[in-house]
Design a protein around this ligand. Structure first.
Ligand code: PGA
Length: 242
């Protein structure tokens, strides 16, 4: 399977900047690797219209109704949306999301036919007290509890150590590989028919100058990228198109 690079634009870029990025990106993108983009939700249509697989950075656990401020996975799928990022550490940190309450969102989004990029990762304090693998295990088992195997095939996992996000500190390829191998083994146990084939992305200060050594690791299938996805030339470089 091709490596997958996902741009998480967070709450950045206005409409004009989105369009400029898409034009520059499409002019040079060779599809050697897969590339998906999650803009602010108000701009998803711009990405969908460009033909690049488009994603939300969050969605509701509910499908429709009186839930002011929420965005529906069903509506997004109907407009040809492709994926949703769930459980990003910024959502866990600032918006009280936990693996347990994310489980409902994961189920809804998968049931509606979206690919779910489920994010997990430890804090620095957890790493320093040797809890990384137990934290990751809990995040997997709580967030992905009770999924039907048929729906779960649309899962992508993203390992994002909290201490590496937006800090310029990347996990070393060996540190990342160790956790990715653990995630793969847990997924294989949980979903015996396909768990070992789930794409596992690394996220946390992925940049053009460290991407190749990360992607060379056996269990790293791609990257979820914040800062370095904001400039078309950088994102192209991550996609292998200089
Ligand atoms: P970063 O963000 O690449 O800026 O570290 C990654 C992410 O938050 O997904």
């Amino acid at each position: 399977m091709k490596k997958l690079l996902v741009a998480n634009w967070k709450m950045n870029k206005n409409g004009k900047e989105c369009l400029e990025f898409i034009d520059s990106f499409k002019a040079k993108f060779s599809a050697k690797r897969d590339a998906w983009i999650a803009p602010q939700s108000v701009f998803v249509k711009l990405v969908i219209n460009s033909g690049v697989p488009a994603g939300l950075q969050n969605c509701s656990e509910f499908i429709h109704g009186a839930y002011t401020g929420e965005v529906s996975a069903r509506t997004f799928k109907e407009m040809d949306g492709h994926f949703v990022i769930l459980g990003h550490s910024e959502r866990r940190q600032y918006f009280q999301e936990t693996s347990k309450n994310l489980n409902a969102k994961v189920k809804t989004a998968l049931k509606e036919g979206l690919v779910v990029i489920y994010c997990i990762g430890e804090t620095l304090a957890e790493r320093e007290s040797n809890q990384t693998l137990s934290i990751i295990g809990d995040q997997i088992h709580q967030g992905l509890n009770d999924l039907s195997e048929a729906h779960a095939e649309n899962l992508v996992l993203a390992y994002e150590p909290v201490w590496a996000i937006g800090t310029g500190k990347t996990a070393t390829p060996a540190q990342a590989q160790e956790v990715h191998a653990f995630i793969r083994a847990e997924m294989a146990k949980k979903f015996p028919s396909f768990g070992d084939k789930v794409r596992i992305l690394y996220g946390g200060s992925v940049k053009p100058d460290n991407v190749e050594e990360l992607l060379a690791q056996k269990d790293i299938d791609g990257g979820l990228v914040g800062g370095a996805s904001l400039k078309a030339s950088d994102f192209l470089a991550l996609c292998g198109d200089k």
